[in-house]
Ligand binder design. Sequence first.
Ligand code: FAD
Length: 317
Amino acid sequence: MKITDHIKHANQTLFSFEILPPLKGQDINSIFDAIDPLMDFKPAFIDVTYHREEYIYKDRGNGLLEKKTTRKRPGTVGICAAIINKYKVDAVPHIICGGFSKEETENALIDLNFLGIDNVLALRGDHIKSEGTFVPDPDGHKYASELIGQIKDLNNGIYIDEELQNPVRTDFCIGVAGYPEKHYEAPNLKTDLKYLKLKQELGADYVVTQMFFDNQKFFDFVNRCKDEGITIPIIPGLKPITTEKQITVLPSIFHIDIPEELSDAVEKCKSSDQVKQVGIEWTIKQSKELVKFGVPVLHYYSMGKSQAVKQIASAVF
Ligand code: FAD
Protein backbone atom coordinates (compact mmCIF):
# COMPACT_ATOMS: atom_id res chain seq x y z
CA MET A 1 0.00 0.00 0.00
CA LYS A 2 1.22 3.49 -0.80
CA ILE A 3 2.42 5.71 2.04
CA THR A 4 -0.06 8.39 0.96
CA ASP A 5 -2.90 5.84 1.27
CA HIS A 6 -1.72 4.90 4.77
CA ILE A 7 -1.91 8.59 5.65
CA LYS A 8 -5.29 9.10 3.96
CA HIS A 9 -6.91 6.18 5.79
CA ALA A 10 -5.42 6.84 9.24
CA ASN A 11 -7.44 8.47 11.98
CA GLN A 12 -4.39 9.06 14.18
CA THR A 13 -0.65 9.71 13.88
CA LEU A 14 1.10 6.67 12.44
CA PHE A 15 4.38 5.09 13.57
CA SER A 16 7.26 4.32 11.20
CA PHE A 17 11.01 3.97 11.38
CA GLU A 18 14.17 3.75 9.30
CA ILE A 19 16.82 1.04 9.40
CA LEU A 20 20.25 0.66 7.82
CA PRO A 21 21.30 -2.50 5.97
CA PRO A 22 23.86 -4.46 8.01
CA LEU A 23 27.56 -4.12 7.25
CA LYS A 24 28.67 -6.44 4.45
CA GLY A 25 29.23 -9.96 5.78
CA GLN A 26 26.62 -9.72 8.55
CA ASP A 27 23.49 -11.81 8.77
CA ILE A 28 20.02 -10.47 7.89
CA ASN A 29 18.95 -11.65 11.35
CA SER A 30 20.61 -8.53 12.77
CA ILE A 31 17.95 -6.57 10.85
CA PHE A 32 15.12 -8.77 12.09
CA ASP A 33 16.47 -8.39 15.65
CA ALA A 34 16.23 -4.61 15.22
CA ILE A 35 12.70 -4.77 13.77
CA ASP A 36 11.13 -7.40 16.08
CA PRO A 37 10.89 -5.21 19.22
CA LEU A 38 9.14 -2.47 17.20
CA MET A 39 6.47 -4.64 15.59
CA ASP A 40 4.20 -4.31 18.66
CA PHE A 41 3.60 -0.69 17.62
CA LYS A 42 2.30 -1.68 14.18
CA PRO A 43 4.57 0.40 11.95
CA ALA A 44 2.79 1.67 8.84
CA PHE A 45 6.06 1.33 6.93
CA ILE A 46 9.77 0.75 7.38
CA ASP A 47 12.38 2.70 5.42
CA VAL A 48 15.65 1.07 4.38
CA THR A 49 18.55 3.40 3.59
CA TYR A 50 20.83 3.11 0.56
CA HIS A 51 24.58 3.47 0.96
CA ARG A 52 26.73 4.42 -1.93
CA GLU A 53 30.18 3.13 -2.73
CA GLU A 54 33.30 4.28 -0.92
CA TYR A 55 36.93 4.32 -1.95
CA ILE A 56 39.43 2.34 0.07
CA TYR A 57 43.17 2.20 -0.47
CA LYS A 58 44.97 -1.18 -0.23
CA ASP A 59 48.70 -1.30 0.39
CA ARG A 60 50.19 -3.26 -2.51
CA GLY A 61 53.39 -3.83 -0.53
CA ASN A 62 55.65 -2.07 -3.05
CA GLY A 63 55.13 1.41 -1.71
CA LEU A 64 52.08 1.90 -3.88
CA LEU A 65 48.45 2.12 -2.84
CA GLU A 66 45.68 0.54 -4.88
CA LYS A 67 42.37 2.43 -5.01
CA LYS A 68 39.39 0.09 -4.66
CA THR A 69 35.67 0.73 -4.66
CA THR A 70 33.51 -1.00 -2.08
CA ARG A 71 29.95 -0.75 -0.83
CA LYS A 72 29.93 -1.36 2.92
CA ARG A 73 26.17 -1.74 3.40
CA PRO A 74 24.68 -3.42 0.34
CA GLY A 75 21.30 -5.17 0.31
CA THR A 76 18.66 -2.41 0.45
CA VAL A 77 16.31 -4.01 -2.08
CA GLY A 78 16.75 -7.54 -0.69
CA ILE A 79 16.03 -6.31 2.83
CA CYS A 80 12.86 -4.53 1.65
CA ALA A 81 11.64 -7.72 -0.02
CA ALA A 82 12.48 -9.74 3.14
CA ILE A 83 10.59 -7.25 5.37
CA ILE A 84 7.48 -7.39 3.19
CA ASN A 85 7.64 -11.18 3.11
CA LYS A 86 8.28 -11.70 6.84
CA TYR A 87 6.27 -8.90 8.46
CA LYS A 88 3.67 -8.04 5.79
CA VAL A 89 4.59 -4.38 6.33
CA ASP A 90 5.35 -1.90 3.57
CA ALA A 91 9.06 -1.33 3.09
CA VAL A 92 10.37 1.85 1.48
CA PRO A 93 13.74 1.55 -0.24
CA HIS A 94 15.78 4.73 -0.52
CA ILE A 95 17.08 5.27 -4.01
CA ILE A 96 19.79 7.77 -4.80
CA CYS A 97 21.21 9.55 -7.85
CA GLY A 98 24.88 9.16 -6.86
CA GLY A 99 26.67 6.28 -8.59
CA PHE A 100 23.74 5.44 -10.86
CA SER A 101 23.29 6.04 -14.58
CA LYS A 102 19.72 6.60 -15.75
CA GLU A 103 19.74 3.11 -17.28
CA GLU A 104 20.81 1.54 -13.95
CA THR A 105 18.12 3.54 -12.15
CA GLU A 106 15.52 2.32 -14.60
CA ASN A 107 16.61 -1.29 -14.09
CA ALA A 108 16.52 -0.88 -10.29
CA LEU A 109 12.98 0.51 -10.53
CA ILE A 110 11.94 -2.43 -12.72
CA ASP A 111 13.30 -4.81 -10.04
CA LEU A 112 11.29 -2.98 -7.36
CA ASN A 113 8.15 -3.10 -9.49
CA PHE A 114 8.54 -6.86 -10.06
CA LEU A 115 8.97 -7.34 -6.31
CA GLY A 116 5.67 -5.54 -5.67
CA ILE A 117 7.38 -2.60 -3.97
CA ASP A 118 5.40 0.53 -4.79
CA ASN A 119 7.02 3.09 -2.48
CA VAL A 120 10.41 4.76 -2.86
CA LEU A 121 12.20 7.63 -1.14
CA ALA A 122 13.95 9.50 -3.97
CA LEU A 123 17.18 11.24 -2.94
CA ARG A 124 20.21 12.79 -4.50
CA GLY A 125 22.49 11.08 -1.98
CA ASP A 126 25.59 12.55 -0.41
CA HIS A 127 29.01 12.88 -1.95
CA ILE A 128 31.46 9.99 -1.68
CA LYS A 129 33.15 10.26 1.72
CA SER A 130 36.59 11.09 0.31
CA GLU A 131 35.19 13.62 -2.20
CA GLY A 132 34.28 17.12 -1.06
CA THR A 133 31.29 17.66 -3.35
CA PHE A 134 28.58 15.59 -4.96
CA VAL A 135 29.61 14.40 -8.43
CA PRO A 136 26.79 12.85 -10.48
CA ASP A 137 27.35 9.83 -12.68
CA PRO A 138 28.17 11.07 -16.24
CA ASP A 139 24.83 9.64 -17.38
CA GLY A 140 23.01 10.06 -14.09
CA HIS A 141 20.97 12.64 -12.25
CA LYS A 142 22.36 15.74 -10.57
CA TYR A 143 19.36 16.42 -8.30
CA ALA A 144 16.60 14.41 -6.66
CA SER A 145 14.11 16.37 -8.80
CA GLU A 146 15.57 14.78 -11.96
CA LEU A 147 15.27 11.33 -10.40
CA ILE A 148 11.64 12.06 -9.53
CA GLY A 149 11.10 12.99 -13.18
CA GLN A 150 12.41 9.60 -14.27
CA ILE A 151 10.24 7.70 -11.76
CA LYS A 152 7.20 9.69 -12.82
CA ASP A 153 8.00 8.92 -16.48
CA LEU A 154 8.07 5.21 -15.68
CA ASN A 155 4.72 5.62 -13.88
CA ASN A 156 3.46 6.96 -17.21
CA GLY A 157 5.00 4.10 -19.19
CA ILE A 158 7.85 6.23 -20.55
CA TYR A 159 11.12 4.27 -20.59
CA ILE A 160 14.57 5.34 -21.83
CA ASP A 161 14.13 3.13 -24.91
CA GLU A 162 11.29 4.89 -26.70
CA GLU A 163 10.78 1.96 -29.06
CA LEU A 164 9.48 -0.50 -26.44
CA GLN A 165 6.09 -1.88 -27.44
CA ASN A 166 3.32 -1.26 -24.87
CA PRO A 167 5.65 -0.99 -21.87
CA VAL A 168 4.00 -1.46 -18.46
CA ARG A 169 3.41 1.55 -16.25
CA THR A 170 4.82 1.41 -12.76
CA ASP A 171 2.87 2.96 -9.89
CA PHE A 172 5.40 4.29 -7.42
CA CYS A 173 4.48 6.57 -4.53
CA ILE A 174 7.42 8.96 -4.23
CA GLY A 175 8.75 10.35 -0.96
CA VAL A 176 11.44 13.05 -0.83
CA ALA A 177 13.72 14.66 1.76
CA GLY A 178 13.07 18.04 3.40
CA TYR A 179 15.25 20.06 5.76
CA PRO A 180 13.68 22.18 8.55
CA GLU A 181 17.14 23.66 9.18
CA LYS A 182 17.79 23.84 5.39
CA HIS A 183 20.03 21.60 3.30
CA TYR A 184 23.66 22.44 3.99
CA GLU A 185 24.42 23.40 0.38
CA ALA A 186 21.43 25.71 0.00
CA PRO A 187 22.25 29.41 0.40
CA ASN A 188 19.07 29.93 2.43
CA LEU A 189 15.77 28.25 3.33
CA LYS A 190 13.86 30.15 0.65
CA THR A 191 16.05 28.72 -2.13
CA ASP A 192 15.90 25.24 -0.61
CA LEU A 193 12.08 25.45 -0.48
CA LYS A 194 11.99 26.55 -4.12
CA TYR A 195 13.59 23.20 -5.01
CA LEU A 196 11.39 21.29 -2.58
CA LYS A 197 8.42 22.82 -4.40
CA LEU A 198 9.97 21.71 -7.70
CA LYS A 199 10.13 18.14 -6.31
CA GLN A 200 6.40 18.39 -5.53
CA GLU A 201 5.64 19.75 -9.01
CA LEU A 202 7.57 16.90 -10.64
CA GLY A 203 5.64 14.26 -8.72
CA ALA A 204 6.76 13.94 -5.09
CA ASP A 205 3.89 12.62 -2.96
CA TYR A 206 5.20 13.36 0.54
CA VAL A 207 8.21 14.73 2.44
CA VAL A 208 10.22 13.13 5.25
CA THR A 209 12.34 15.60 7.17
CA GLN A 210 15.89 15.48 8.34
CA MET A 211 16.12 14.95 12.11
CA PHE A 212 15.61 18.02 14.31
CA PHE A 213 15.62 18.49 18.07
CA ASP A 214 13.67 21.74 18.35
CA ASN A 215 10.03 21.34 17.35
CA GLN A 216 9.68 25.07 16.72
CA LYS A 217 12.01 24.63 13.74
CA PHE A 218 9.65 21.99 12.32
CA PHE A 219 6.54 24.11 12.93
CA ASP A 220 8.20 27.10 11.22
CA PHE A 221 9.26 24.85 8.32
CA VAL A 222 5.73 23.51 7.84
CA ASN A 223 4.35 27.07 7.83
CA ARG A 224 6.98 28.27 5.34
CA CYS A 225 6.20 25.25 3.12
CA LYS A 226 2.51 26.21 3.18
CA ASP A 227 3.41 29.79 2.25
CA GLU A 228 5.44 28.51 -0.71
CA GLY A 229 2.58 26.27 -1.90
CA ILE A 230 4.01 22.95 -0.72
CA THR A 231 0.88 21.02 0.14
CA ILE A 232 2.00 17.35 0.24
CA PRO A 233 2.17 15.66 3.69
CA ILE A 234 5.29 16.46 5.73
CA ILE A 235 6.50 13.67 8.01
CA PRO A 236 8.87 14.65 10.83
CA GLY A 237 12.01 12.53 11.29
CA LEU A 238 13.16 12.06 14.90
CA LYS A 239 16.33 10.63 16.35
CA PRO A 240 16.83 9.96 20.05
CA ILE A 241 20.28 10.91 21.37
CA THR A 242 21.80 7.72 22.74
CA THR A 243 25.44 8.69 23.41
CA GLU A 244 27.20 11.82 24.65
CA LYS A 245 29.31 11.89 21.48
CA GLN A 246 26.22 12.43 19.32
CA ILE A 247 25.85 15.94 20.74
CA THR A 248 28.78 16.98 18.54
CA VAL A 249 28.73 14.24 15.88
CA LEU A 250 25.12 14.73 14.71
CA PRO A 251 25.51 18.48 14.01
CA SER A 252 28.69 17.83 12.02
CA ILE A 253 27.14 15.04 9.91
CA PHE A 254 23.58 16.27 9.51
CA HIS A 255 24.04 20.07 9.78
CA ILE A 256 21.45 20.45 12.53
CA ASP A 257 21.46 22.27 15.88
CA ILE A 258 21.17 20.71 19.31
CA PRO A 259 19.19 22.97 21.69
CA GLU A 260 21.18 24.25 24.69
CA GLU A 261 18.72 22.65 27.11
CA LEU A 262 19.39 19.22 25.60
CA SER A 263 23.17 19.51 25.40
CA ASP A 264 23.29 20.88 28.97
CA ALA A 265 21.20 17.94 30.21
CA VAL A 266 23.49 15.46 28.44
CA GLU A 267 26.62 17.16 29.81
CA LYS A 268 25.30 16.77 33.38
CA CYS A 269 24.84 13.00 32.99
CA LYS A 270 27.09 10.76 35.07
CA SER A 271 26.68 7.56 33.04
CA SER A 272 25.87 6.41 29.50
CA ASP A 273 22.53 5.05 30.78
CA GLN A 274 21.61 8.51 32.03
CA VAL A 275 22.47 9.99 28.61
CA LYS A 276 20.19 7.45 26.94
CA GLN A 277 17.37 8.32 29.31
CA VAL A 278 17.76 12.05 28.66
CA GLY A 279 17.66 11.38 24.89
CA ILE A 280 14.60 9.16 25.17
CA GLU A 281 12.68 11.62 27.35
CA TRP A 282 13.51 14.48 24.98
CA THR A 283 12.19 12.53 21.98
CA ILE A 284 9.04 11.50 23.89
CA LYS A 285 8.37 15.18 24.62
CA GLN A 286 8.99 16.11 20.99
CA SER A 287 6.78 13.25 19.76
CA LYS A 288 3.82 14.14 22.00
CA GLU A 289 3.96 17.77 20.93
CA LEU A 290 4.15 16.78 17.25
CA VAL A 291 1.12 14.49 17.64
CA LYS A 292 -0.81 17.46 19.10
CA PHE A 293 0.31 19.54 16.11
CA GLY A 294 -1.34 16.88 13.92
CA VAL A 295 1.60 15.31 12.06
CA PRO A 296 0.52 12.37 9.87
CA VAL A 297 3.37 10.06 10.92
CA LEU A 298 6.18 10.04 13.47
CA HIS A 299 9.22 8.60 11.68
CA TYR A 300 12.14 7.47 13.85
CA TYR A 301 15.76 7.10 12.80
CA SER A 302 16.47 3.95 14.76
CA MET A 303 20.10 3.59 13.61
CA GLY A 304 20.18 0.12 15.13
CA LYS A 305 18.98 1.40 18.55
CA SER A 306 15.54 -0.20 18.60
CA GLN A 307 15.40 -0.32 22.39
CA ALA A 308 15.41 3.48 22.59
CA VAL A 309 12.72 3.76 19.88
CA LYS A 310 10.72 1.03 21.67
CA GLN A 311 10.67 3.03 24.92
CA ILE A 312 9.60 6.14 23.03
CA ALA A 313 6.88 4.32 21.08
CA SER A 314 5.57 2.76 24.33
CA ALA A 315 5.08 6.26 25.75
CA VAL A 316 3.57 7.80 22.61
CA PHE A 317 1.48 5.15 20.80
P1 FAD B 1 18.16 17.49 -3.60
O1 FAD B 1 16.72 17.65 -3.38
O2 FAD B 1 18.64 17.23 -4.99
O3 FAD B 1 18.87 18.82 -3.04
C1 FAD B 1 20.31 18.89 -2.92
C2 FAD B 1 20.73 20.35 -2.88
O4 FAD B 1 20.58 20.94 -4.19
C3 FAD B 1 19.90 21.25 -1.96
O5 FAD B 1 20.75 22.23 -1.44
C4 FAD B 1 18.86 21.89 -2.87
O6 FAD B 1 18.43 23.15 -2.41
C5 FAD B 1 19.62 21.99 -4.19
N1 FAD B 1 18.79 21.75 -5.38
C6 FAD B 1 17.82 20.83 -5.52
N2 FAD B 1 17.34 20.85 -6.78
C7 FAD B 1 18.04 21.78 -7.45
C8 FAD B 1 18.04 22.25 -8.78
N3 FAD B 1 17.18 21.74 -9.69
N4 FAD B 1 18.93 23.23 -9.14
C9 FAD B 1 19.79 23.75 -8.23
N5 FAD B 1 19.84 23.32 -6.93
C10 FAD B 1 18.98 22.37 -6.56
N6 FAD B 1 21.53 9.76 1.74
C11 FAD B 1 21.95 8.56 1.27
O7 FAD B 1 23.03 8.49 0.64
N7 FAD B 1 21.21 7.41 1.47
C12 FAD B 1 20.03 7.44 2.14
O8 FAD B 1 19.39 6.38 2.31
C13 FAD B 1 19.55 8.69 2.63
N8 FAD B 1 18.36 8.79 3.28
C14 FAD B 1 17.87 10.01 3.66
C15 FAD B 1 16.60 10.12 4.25
C16 FAD B 1 16.11 11.35 4.65
C17 FAD B 1 14.72 11.44 5.25
C18 FAD B 1 16.90 12.53 4.50
C19 FAD B 1 16.40 13.86 4.97
C20 FAD B 1 18.16 12.44 3.92
C21 FAD B 1 18.66 11.19 3.50
N9 FAD B 1 19.92 11.07 2.88
C22 FAD B 1 20.35 9.85 2.42
C23 FAD B 1 20.79 12.24 2.74
C24 FAD B 1 20.59 12.99 1.40
O9 FAD B 1 20.94 12.15 0.34
C25 FAD B 1 21.49 14.22 1.44
O10 FAD B 1 21.00 15.15 2.37
C26 FAD B 1 21.78 14.88 0.10
O11 FAD B 1 22.87 15.78 0.30
C27 FAD B 1 20.64 15.67 -0.50
O12 FAD B 1 19.65 14.85 -0.96
P2 FAD B 1 18.25 15.46 -1.48
O13 FAD B 1 17.47 14.34 -2.03
O14 FAD B 1 17.66 16.31 -0.44
O15 FAD B 1 18.82 16.38 -2.69
